[in-house]
Design a protein around this ligand. Structure first.
Ligand SMILES: C[S@@+](CC[C@H](N)C(=O)[O-])C[C@H]1O[C@@H](n2cnc3c(N)ncnc32)[C@H](O)[C@@H]1O
Length: 219
């Protein structure tokens, strides 16, 4: 099976392939949050629960949401023995929480599954779910150039991807371009639009490649 050409996350093989090959280390990403025992953490599209387990280890209360039974099984195993952990099977479009429920929210490599309108609606909801001063971090295929310029920027993408993925780039290329053309990536302007019009303050944007950004925003 070429896992890179399907995006059906209910397939166990896709989850296994992604977690093993493409998830990458979450140490640096987790450090951006600085989790501690006072945190209520929400991970949307939590995958195999690695980030939730890191937050739980610091004493945080954690909630994970994912659509995939295979990923939720992995997350359950990662959170075994953790206090105050819950996992919810839901789409990101449908899930809902009470206002002021969380101090920190993550959406890592999952927001590209939502249309532009759905992204805006979810960010609106997260603004309600976060406590004042709460932090939202989104990491994904968030382009530093306009989305409609994907084709003309392909040489730059290829150059950056060879550096970003290193020796793995040839093996990842199919999956990468599936995400870029058949899923729903956005550009920094689109994402900033949603964040700013919802009332978030954008604290920092880091783009290690022209196709990948981490956006840190505060309520
Ligand atoms: C690329 S993985 C990222 C997982 C994890 N956040 C990470 O960084 O490793 C995308 C995850 O989003 C989930 N997902 C995809 N579409 C979804 C949706 N509409 N609602 C909820 N979860 C979704 C998938 O099941 C998968 O676990």
């Amino acid at each position: 099976m070429n896992a890179g050409t399907t995006t059906d996350w209910r397939e166990k093989e896709l989850a296994q392939w992604y977690n093993k090959n493409m998830r990458g280390s979450l140490e640096g990403y987790a450090a951006l949050f600085g989790f501690d025992k006072n945190d209520d953490v929400l991970d949307l599209g939590c995958g195999d629960g690695t980030l939730l387990a890191m937050a739980a280890q610091k004493g945080a209360r954690v909630t994970g949401v994912d659509i995939s039974d295979a990923q939720l099984d992995n997350a359950r195993a990662a959170l075994k023995g953790a206090q105050n952990a819950r996992l919810i099977k839901s789409t990101l479009q449908e899930v809902n929480f009470a206002d002021n429920s969380f101090t920190k929210v993550s959406i890592r490599k999952a927001i590209h599954h939502l249309t532009n309108d759905e992204k805006g609606q979810l960010i609106d909801k997260i603004h309600h779910w976060l406590k004042p001063g709460g932090i939202l971090i989104i990491e994904d295929m968030i382009l530093t150039f306009a989305l409609h310029r994907r084709d003309e920027n392909r040489p730059l993408v290829e150059k950056d991807a060879a550096v970003y993925y290193g020796a793995n780039w040839p093996a990842f290329r199919d999956a990468f371009y599936t995400t870029m053309y058949q899923e729903l990536p956005c550009d920094l302007a689109q994402l900033s639009h949603h964040l700013l019009f919802t009332g978030f303050h954008i604290l920092k944007i880091v783009s290690p490649a022209c196709f990948m950004s981490t956006v840190i925003a505060e309520k």
